[in-house]
Ligand binder design. Structure first.
Ligand code: GLU
Length: 306
């Protein structure tokens, strides 16, 4: 019998369809694709459309990624169509006593004194150990506010360790994070873990604004009996004033650049320049020439000709 070929795993890019991708997003997507492909992995796209959806943005994002020369395997997944799987994961955690209802408003959480030794911004645990009568009162209050209780993880650890290709070992806080919000929408942290695992994703490449979320997500994966992926968080793109690149910075999307007379190849070249590679005109050039080990962990300052 021939030996089974080991599963090569998969990488992915998972944009939120809240508008057109800017140069920083396009660079992250290109690097996610290149890292997956150079390691023989499949590459998947997932549209994270649980909220912040702008009409038509998902379609434009896919067109832009294709125009840069990225290709992907299988159907594009829409996160909003995966509600059953998300709910099943919450049920599985609940059956192990790891989920509780939270009746706090955002304001109450901000104003509550934080628990001793808790990391800043961590949920103070107000609803973690309520009596049945207190829970009934909380539910009644939610009915009056026409909200559902949020569902939170009953975290049994305070931190978790992940490995990032560029940041190295990262130990980050795990608190009683929200699994389902008060408006009934499943939380990003839960959805991303369930959806990555379902697609066989074992390499998560994304912007480094999400580095601090990785320990929580890896911990959730472990609790759900799912493999923890490897991580590679790409430094963000900044404008010349040092703020995170955004639409208001001018002609920062592929379409904007095309309207200025540049080509997709020019945009790829610009991204290649940011990696210290001159003269890359196609995604395939970046794939063959980019050495991930050499990525500088500094942000990319995008200085565009006006
Ligand atoms: N949808 C998230 C974003 O566009 C990325 C989530 C992820 O890659 O885990 O910022």
């Amino acid at each position: 019998m021939p030996a089974a070929t080991p599963d090569p795993g998969a990488g992915r890019y998972a944009p939120s369809p809240s508008g057109d991708l800017h140069l920083g997003n396009l660079r992250t997507a290109l690097l996610a694709w290149a890292l997956a492909r150079r390691t023989g992995r499949a590459f998947h796209l997932r549209i994270e459309d649980l909220d912040r959806v702008q009409e038509g943005a998902a379609e434009r994002q896919l067109e832009d990624l294709a125009a840069l020369g990225l290709d992907w395997d299988g159907e594009v997944v829409h996160q909003s169509e995966r509600g059953e799987e998300h709910a099943a994961a919450i049920t599985a955690l609940g059956e192990r006593g790891l989920v509780y209802e939270c009746y706090c408003t955002r304001r109450e959480i901000l104003e509550a004194p934080s628990a001793p030794h808790a990391p800043p911004g961590a949920y103070p645990g107000t609803c973690r150990d309520l009596s049945p009568a207190e829970r009934e009162a909380g539910r009644e209050r939610m009915r009056q506010l026409r909200r559902e209780p949020a569902l939170r993880l009953r975290a049994e650890v305070g931190s978790w360790r992940v490995q990032d290709l560029w940041a190295g070992e990262v130990i980050g806080a795990v608190d009683d994070l929200v699994l389902r919000r008060g408006d009934g929408v499943v939380a990003y942290n839960l959805a991303v873990v369930v959806d990555d695992a379902a697609a066989g994703v074992d390499q998560v490449v994304r912007g480094d604004d999400l580095l601090s979320s990785a320990p929580r997500q890896a911990h959730l994966a472990a609790l759900l009996g799912l493999a923890e992926p490897s991580y590679a968080h790409v430094p963000l793109a900044l404008n010349t004033a040092g703020a995170r690149l955004a639409k208001r910075d001018g002609a920062v999307t592929l379409r904007d650049r095309l309207a200025r007379g540049e080509s997709a190849a020019d945009v790829v070249e610009r991204i290649g320049d940011s990696l210290g590679l001159t003269g890359c005109r196609t995604a395939a050039d970046v794939l063959s020439r980019w050495d991930p080990a050499g990525l500088r962990r500094r942000a990319w300052v995008v200085d565009l000709p006006s």
